[in-house]
Ligand binder design. Structure first.
Ligand SMILES: Cc1cc2nc3c(=O)[nH]c(=O)nc-3n(C[C@H](O)[C@H](O)[C@H](O)COP(=O)(O)OP(=O)(O)OC[C@H]3O[C@@H](n4cnc5c(N)ncnc54)[C@H](O)[C@@H]3O)c2cc1C
Length: 408
């Protein structure tokens, strides 16, 4: 008997989790995506709720996800480089930004330095002569953070001569990180740490420890002290490490990947037809067929939902750039499109509305609010209206959608 065929649109955290769950449930999966989304911009922190700005969501807690813990852990392990807080489920990692914020996270990219087991210790901040990095100032800022003061943790700048040429002062963190994927550079980094005065219990670096997860693993194998990075900036190495891990996971699980833009999802009897745009290489536009579809197309930030201004501060309309039997919603209201003179006012709703608008769904990710709801169509991640925009929300929603799409 042939496997049920599922098409997933989107290769961020949600689409990747949906593919993992669906393949694990025995489906033949094709994943279509056309560009990087929010996940490729990740800081490296895995949050369930936005850590800094509580928004007003329909349901703040994750009642839908009861029982999904083991699957989430297995998925993160399959991704190969994320971990969760040490004593699950309540403990969290503690991570630092390059501007001196110390905060908790449910989990993190393994290349990050988890400060939680280092509470009360002395941490060396690598003093490297890069233009975007001021180790003495960062060490001072981290030392006066509420977490450091509460736990009695100290931070000290320690000079490390890591630069090989003047231009390495200015290249992007992504490119500087890539240099350390080379074995010779990695070795000299380890030697520099060994030669530095032994004043600390751990090392905190900028986001420079490789685009490959194996780089930090190799460093940790030879450096006796804990070491790791701060959170990544936009487009930094944490996003690149996610993309590498995702590609390896999809390949290992036999997911067929198509690089194309989906322009239409249409029900044809009990099945779906997806129209794919011609790709930049000139290949013909074509169609895919599927028994079920997961839309993991991201939110406004990733272009999964678009909007236009009618005048400054007032949105004339939110739109889904794919033609599909779904409806957009904001704060529980379905957006009819064109029904009022002006659309939603961001001056009234606040910019947070851009993070709440999405496809109207029930708690299993099934679209609601249309006249012709289609069974077999699911939505996950930032594409869903009124759910937190976080990595773990996307992962949990993707796992749920992948499971329900295959198992029903
Ligand atoms: C700057 C920034 C920092 C963040 N920091 C954190 C953080 O510290 N902690 C945290 O937990 N979360 C953070 N987030 C949020 C988190 O990154 C997102 O919630 C999560 O990555 C969303 O994943 P997703 O799979 O739903 O969407 P995305 O990653 O946006 O993926 C969308 C996918 O859909 C594809 N796609 C869209 N339309 C089409 C189409 N028509 N055809 C084909 N493919 C299509 C895109 O190519 C892409 O692959 C941050 C987000 C941003 C932008």
């Amino acid at each position: 008997m042939s496997k049920p065929a599922l098409v997933i649109v989107g290769a961020g955290m949600a689409g990747t989790a949906a593919a993992y769950a669906a393949v694990s449930a025995g489906a033949a999966v094709t994943l279509v995506y056309d560009r990087a989304g929010a996940t490729a911009l990740t800081s490296g922190a895995l949050d369930l709720e936005p850590w800094d700005a509580p928004l007003s969501f329909e349901h703040a807690k994750h009642e839908r996800d009861a029982g999904r813990d083991a699957e989430l852990t297995a998925f993160l392990a399959a991704l190969g480089f994320y971990r969760r807080g040490a004593a699950e489920p309540k403990s969290t990692c503690v991570v630092a930004t390059a501007s001196g914020v110390v905060r908790s996270a449910f989990g993190a990219d393994q290349a990050l330095l988890d400060l939680s087991p280092l509470a009360g210790k002395r941490i060396a901040v690598a003093d490297v002569e890069r233009d975007d990095w001021d180790a003495p100032l960062l060490a001072k800022t981290l030392a006066v953070s509420a977490w450091a003061e509460r736990t009695g943790t100290s931070f000290v700048p320690v000079a490390l001569g890591l630069l090989r040429s003047g231009h390495e002062r200015r290249i992007a963190p992504y490119d500087f990180a890539a240099l350390h994927d080379e074995e010779a550079r990695r070795r000299s980094l380890a030697e520099a740490i060994e030669a530095a005065p032994g004043v600390a219990d751990a090392w905190l670096f900028g986001p420079w420890l490789g685009l490959e997860p194996s780089t930090v693993t190799a460093l940790r194998a030879v450096v006796p002290l804990p070491l790791g990075e701060t959170l990544s900036p936009l487009g930094g190495p944490a996003g690149a490490r996610f993309e590498g891990a995702r590609d390896r996971l999809l390949q290992a699980h036999g997911v067929a990947v198509v690089h194309a833009r989906v322009t239409r999802v249409e029900a044809r009897g009990p099945r779906f037809a997806l129209a794919l745009d011609a790709d930049a290489g000139g290949a013909e536009a074509r169609e895919l067929e599927a028994a079920a579809v997961v839309l993991a197309t991201g939110g406004v930030g990733a272009g999964g939902v678009t909007f236009t201004w009618s005048r400054p501060g007032v949105v004339s309309g939110f739109e889904l750039p794919i033609s599909a039997p779904v409806a957009l919603a904001l704060d529980g209201e379905t957006l009819g499109g064109g029904g009022s003179l002006y659309g939603p006012s961001l001056e009234v709703l606040g910019l947070g509305a851009l993070e709440r608008v999405g496809i109207a769904c029930d708690r299993l990710g099934r679209p609601v609010g249309t006249n012709s709801p289609q069974s077999g169509l699911f939505v996950a991640g930032d594409a869903v209206a009124g759910r937190p925009r976080t990595m773990l929300e996307a992962a949990l929603a993707g796992l749920a959608a992948g499971n329900v799409a295959v198992r029903g």
